[in-house]
Design a protein around this ligand. Structure first.
Ligand SMILES: [Fe+2]
Length: 289
């Protein structure tokens, strides 16, 4: 299952599971990444959907530079998280000013299966996360393959959802998970709900995938409760052990994943005793079709 393939650029690609994820050895982020190396990384990204790079120092500027190779980098509406002088970087940390755990989970929304940026008209492409400090227990990231999720659906489900669109709403998911820290009025106005097809076609691979997750609130043309029930059921059906990869972090690892054809979630950790600091960039993709 984990046969390594070596690319023409000397990168070694080790699949992490039979379907999803690969570890990429041989990339040094201290160096400028050449076009040929990036092309090999990008080919692995389209093939494996989730990439893991082994521990190394990746300064913030290098992380942003890598993200820019994928496309336009999002500046997040939740501007309290901007980090390191780069508005493109979003830092999730549970540390206080003295570096001690403050007891608060910085983004409980990440604990539910979702895909980044589905609440925008132009949705997320690559997310690039660097683990500066990771908990000794908990704080894993789980990934699920949405090509496989669509393929596993019964013909009846496929017929039922063909042509349906879901409304994705950050205010809905944020309020549900973070009632104590809702969006501001200005943030709400900046990001109104948007609708996307439930089955989207990946713009580069041409393959169909299920596109829902925790930001999906309702279904266009269905009564609210009926749409809610359908979304909950499809989100549940989407997750299957054969289609997931569960990553336990080592400090200094960098991960990249394709939000167009995966979902992910973080697992909990004790924010009062464990330290977790990760920085994230999300690259903007396209309007789903
Ligand atoms: Fe996320």
């Amino acid at each position: 299952m984990t046969t390594a393939a070596t690319t023409a650029t000397g990168l070694r690609v080790h699949p992490l599971t039979p379907k999803l994820g690969a570890r990429i050895d041989g990339v040094d982020f201290a160096e400028d990444i050449g076009d040929d190396v990036f092309a090999a990384i990008y080919a692995a990204y389209l093939r494996y959907q989730v990439l893991l790079f082994p521990p190394q120092d990746v300064p913030p500027a290098r992380q942003v530079a890598l993200a820019r190779r994928f496309g336009e980098v999002q500046v997040h509406v939740m501007n309290q998280y901007h980090a390191d002088g780069f508005p493109e970087l979003y830092r999730l940390s549970n540390l206080d000013a003295t570096g001690q755990p403050n007891g608060r989970h910085p983004d409980k929304g990440t604990l539910e299966w979702h895909t980044d940026g589905s609440w925008q008209r132009v949705t997320g492409h690559a997310t690039i996360i660097y683990g500066e400090i990771v908990p000794e227990t908990g704080g894993e990231t789980h990934f699920a393959d949405m090509y496989g999720a669509y393929a596993r659906l019964s013909d009846a489900w496929k017929a039922r959802i063909a042509g349906l669109r879901a409304v994705h709403n950050l205010d809905f998911s944020r309020t549900r998970r973070h009632g104590e820290e809702p969006m501001t009025e200005a943030q709400r106005r900046a990001k109104p709900p948007v609708d996307h097809p439930i089955v989207r076609t990946h713009p580069e691979t041409g393959r169909k995938c299920l596109y829902l997750g925790d930001h999906a609130e309702s279904i266009v043309g269905l009564p609210y409760d009926e749409g809610r029930a359908m979304i909950e059921e499809l989100n549940r059906l989407a997750i299957h052990p054969d289609l997931t990869y569960e990553h336990r972090w080592t400090p200094g690892e960098l991960m990249v994943w394709d939000n167009r054809c995966t979902m992910h979630r973080a697992t909990g950790y004790d924010p009062a005793t464990q330290r977790r600091v990760v920085r994230r960039c999300t690259v903007l993709g396209e309007v789903p079709a």
